[in-house]
Design a protein around this ligand. Structure first.
Ligand SMILES: Cc1ncc(COP(=O)(O)O)c(C=O)c1O
Length: 391
């Protein structure tokens, strides 16, 4: 490689660090027979009728571009579905995106000017901070580890300045499994309204909420005008490979955002949109079955960690648990690497979700029950050895 060429990429790209999860999983790939509690994707295959519907449409010759916004039928179905969360969006307020991931990218590109501050409560899903920084924004952290991984209005007030443009919310939360109740969200919404900032609300785990109803911050009076709502099919519909999600917002904003989507993406894949329509119309039962299965595994892994003696909060949503490992005297990376080397169990170091979280590991429980049990046994053996060494 010609060294002069190496200089000819964007400075922001040079600064962008690779995801901590990916780096760790390159290491996992080098080992055999590993029980992985690492991946953040359902272990289910997409429900059959979704596959069948997409295939049917392909065979019918529906293999073309759609409107930039997505098929009208898709948007109407999404609008109808979102009523269950008390959200009222019409077809001009919805864009079909390439997964929830494109929604995050679009939302941030749409609102950030250089130097704008975006509040990112951490620990949180990996891409938010790097993407904010890549767009010349400033990520302002709220550490939620002292408040059960929830945001409080007091903490939010402290972080808002004249440069604040938005806060990113992710509930049910990756990596902690925390959810926010209606009352807790209402208190946050009040602060957001008072300061007239955006909320980018990533609700991709909304269906995987195990402790009562999921509430969307966009459903409170006046909040639709200040919310960019993101959701997708990867998690609850087991459609990670289909790359389909959606972004909703007030019509005037969506009319702006569509320009970015138009130039960069054109449209989300047509057969994925057809598959998603089928999912929304006819897969209630399958979604519920997968959710119940995740919830059983959630209880198993939570009690497993608790019984070993970990300091851990019961996850109430998503598909992750975030145990504290400080008492074992190893950093998150050392813990994860040693656990992998000695017991063939892969977990994600907590610092992948924010620099401060070296005292945690993230485990996904989207893995077979028997493997979760075996992983818990191995983790127990591993920490017992650590405890013996420290005596
Ligand atoms: C909080 C959160 N948002 C968005 C995504 C991206 O999902 P998608 O596959 O829809 O792009 C993920 C995936 O792990 C996630 O955890």
């Amino acid at each position: 490689m010609n060294n002069e060429m190496k200089d000819k990429i964007s400075n922001n790209l040079k600064k962008l660090k690779p995801s901590g999860i990916r780096r760790f999983f390159d290491l996992v790939q080098t080992k055999k027979d590993v029980i992985s509690l690492g991946v953040g994707e359902p272990d289910f295959i997409t429900p059959w009728s979704i596959i069948d519907s997409a295939y049917y449409h392909m065979k019918k010759g529906h293999t073309h571009y759609t409107s930039n916004y997505g098929l009208l039928e898709f948007r109407l179905e999404v609008a109808n579905y979102l009523k269950k969360y008390n959200l009222q969006y019409n077809e001009k307020e919805i864009i079909a995106t390439v997964g929830g991931s494109e929604g995050i990218d679009l939302a941030l590109r749409a609102i950030i000017n250089p130097g704008d501050e975006i509040i990112v409560p951490e620990p949180v899903y990996v891409p938010y901070r790097p993407m904010v920084e890549f767009m010349n924004g400033v990520a302002v952290e709220i550490d939620t580890s002292k408040t059960n991984f929830k945001i409080t209005p007091e903490e939010l007030e402290k972080k808002i300045t004249s440069k604040t443009k938005a806060i990113i919310l992710c509930y049910p939360n990756n990596p902690t499994g925390a959810i926010m109740s209606k009352e807790e969200l209402e208190a946050i919404a009040k602060v957001i309204k008072k300061h007239q900032i955006w909320v980018i609300s990533d609700e991709i785990y909304s269906e995987l909420s195990y402790d009562g109803e999921h509430f969307s911050i966009a459903s409170f009076e006046g909040m639709k005008e200040q919310t960019i709502y993101l959701n997708g099919f990867s998690k609850a519909f087991a459609m990670t490979g289909w790359r389909i999600g959606y972004l909703c917002g007030p019509e005037w904003l969506v009319t702006q955002i569509i320009k970015i989507h138009q130039y960069a993406i054109l449209c989300a894949p047509i057969f994925s949109q057809y598959g998603a329509i089928e999912g929304l119309r006819n897969c209630n039962k399958e979604v519920k079955k997968m959710k119940d299965s995740f919830s059983r595994r959630r209880r198993l892994i939570y009690h497993g960690f608790k019984d070993i003696g970990f300091d851990v909060i019961e996850p109430k949503g998503a598909m992750y648990i975030f145990p504290n490992i400080e008492k074992y005297g190893l950093s998150d990376e050392d813990f994860a690497i040693k656990l992998l080397e000695e017991e063939n169990v892969a977990v994600v170091p907590g610092s992948a979700f924010g620099d401060k979280f070296k005292g945690y590991i993230r485990c996904s429980y989207a893995t077979e029950i028997e493997l979760i049990k075996e992983a818990i046994d191995r983790i127990e053996r591993f920490v017992k050895k650590l405890e013996l060494k420290s005596i």
